[in-house]
Ligand binder design. Structure first.
Ligand code: ADP
Ligand code: MG
Length: 458
């Protein structure tokens, strides 16, 4: 019998719970609205994770009771939805600085900022050398490397703005930049912070009347990186402060920002801030392709020094297509279970363990399925997707179909071309480029592609 994972077996990365919490907060904000978010939800911080229980922290008794009576069920439901191994969620009363715990602690608990607390928040495991590069992330990789390797105060572009969906490697790249600079140019002061923490520190600084220290800490940065900037949307004074710091630094220090969307798609942010964010180089990270997923799995397997058969690698790469974090999670889960059960990693084991995660049937999505789905969704005939008709709408849908096929099937460019009306692989490459361009200039939304993919996996 397989046993559930214990804490020691939990191979998840230390940011894992924090990242889930970030997603949950965003979802809760959508459900309960901005004012509930401002008044209550944004005050909850994540404390730690022990024994399948997530501990959240709030500053007062009153807040704890309020959260418990109004939001806890929803919060619990979302945690469990995102990670089935989570059994319980508890709310503690604690000043965030005072939360102590085991190595599972995810919040940065150091008290007020000195200069070195910034460094301690850099995860040394995230480097350029273990970032696997493919067509979906090569621009982001190259731009990040250029920033890290620049011997000048600022690289050619400033700020560098990285954006893309969750779990696609933004934070990894930012840490890689920090790690690279601290190795090769240790005299440079690198400041990395999530926007959430930026806000939190800012509020703390106001409360403790040491705003000057707060400003100093950023003002002297050679490289400032703010992760998940979307969090400051709607937070006027935090935005204001960020804007001052940004303006102060932009001429002489490198700034790197990450976000879940393009600057132009940010809501609830002042126009002047929005336009500043887009001043330098804006690069998006797309969803992974099948090849990249295989590459990432192989790289992780090598790092773990374990043996995973190729059919399992291919199974994971075809089944877990949403993002790299989930892909890693799936691999970790399979490996952990195999080790507990003292059995080799096999396809049967992987299927068995991931059956909850992978709700779709065992059937692998084919190009035919994609065509059927697109035809149905956009109300055209399947044969329109293989026909020679060059009307704009059909060309777009064909390109979309090829793009989705490249992302979620293991078919080669040649096979994809053939299935879309005997076109050759250069047409497919052109289609992929075209879709990326449409995504970049906002004529096509990533959410639309995600919807097609989700539909196929149901
Ligand atoms: P994001 O910040 O975009 O939500 P992360 O940087 O946290 O995503 O990435 C999620 C996980 O996936 C991390 O563990 C990261 O190391 C891994 N990851 C993402 N992209 C790659 C890649 N191209 N190569 C190797 N690992 C990756
Ligand atoms: Mg991130």
């Amino acid at each position: 019998m397989l046993k559930p994972l214990s804490d020691q077996d939990c191979l998840k990365n230390p940011n894992y719970y924090k990242d889930l919490w970030t997603q949950i907060l965003a979802e809760m904000r959508g459900v309960y609205g901005d004012s509930a978010f401002e008044n209550w939800l944004s005050k909850i911080s994540i404390s730690h994770y022990v024994n399948q229980t997530v501990y959240l922290a709030v500053p007062s008794n009153f807040m704890r009771d309020w959260i418990n009576s109004h939001y806890i069920e929803k919060i619990k439901g979302l945690w469990q939805y995102l990670d089935k191994s989570i059994v319980n969620v508890e709310v503690l009363i604690a000043k965030p600085q005072a939360i102590k715990g085991s190595s599972n602690i995810i919040t940065n608990t150091s008290p007020e900022p000195g200069n070195d607390y910034l460094k301690s928040s850099i995860d040394q495991r995230f480097t350029f050398s273990n970032f696997v590069v493919g067509s979906s992330n090569e621009m982001a990789y190259a731009a990040s490397r250029a920033v890290a390797e620049s011997k000048n105060a600022v690289a050619e572009y400033n700020p560098l703005f990285l954006y893309g969906g969750v779990g696609l490697g933004k934070t990894h790249l930012m840490h890689a930049i920090a790690n690279h600079i601290s190795d090769s140019q240790p005299h440079k002061k690198v400041v990395y912070m999530s926007a959430e923490k930026f806000m939190y520190r800012f509020v703390q600084a106001i409360r403790n009347k040491n705003i000057a220290t707060f400003k100093d800490c950023f003002g002297s940065a050679n490289v400032l990186m703010i992760d998940d900037i979307q969090f400051i949307c709607g937070k006027e004074s935090t935005q204001e402060e960020f804007f001052h710091i940004f303006n102060h630094l932009i001429g002489r220090s490198q700034i790197v920002i990450s976000c879940d969307k393009a600057p132009s798609d940010l809501d609830d942010i002042e126009d002047r801030v929005k336009s500043r964010l887009g001043w330098g180089l804006v690069v998006d990270i797309h969803r992974t392709t099948y090849e990249l997923r295989i590459g990432i799995l192989q790289s992780k397997i090598e790092q773990m020094g374990i043996n995973v058969p190729q059919d399992v690698v291919e199974f994971l790469a075809t089944k877990v297509v949403s993002n790299v974090r989930e892909l890693e999670g799936a691999l970790n889960k399979v490996v952990a279970y195999a080790s507990i059960a003292k059995s080799p990693v096999s396809l049967d084991l992987a299927r068995n363990i991931l059956k909850d995660l992978i709700k779709s049937s065992d059937k692998v999505v084919t190009i035919g399925d994609i065509q059927k789905h697109i035809a149905h969704k956009y109300n055209i005939k399947i044969t329109d997707l293989t026909a020679a008709d060059r009307s704009k709408n059909l060309v777009r849908l064909r390109q979309l179909g090829m793009y989705v096929a490249k992302q979620i099937t293991s078919c080669s460019l040649g096979d994809i071309g053939k299935s879309f009306g005997k076109r050759d692989h250069t047409t497919v490459i052109h289609a992929l480029k075209k879709v990326e361009e449409l995504l970049r200039n906002g004529e096509l939304m990533q959410s639309e592609i995600d919807e097609v993919i989700r539909g196929l996996q149901m």
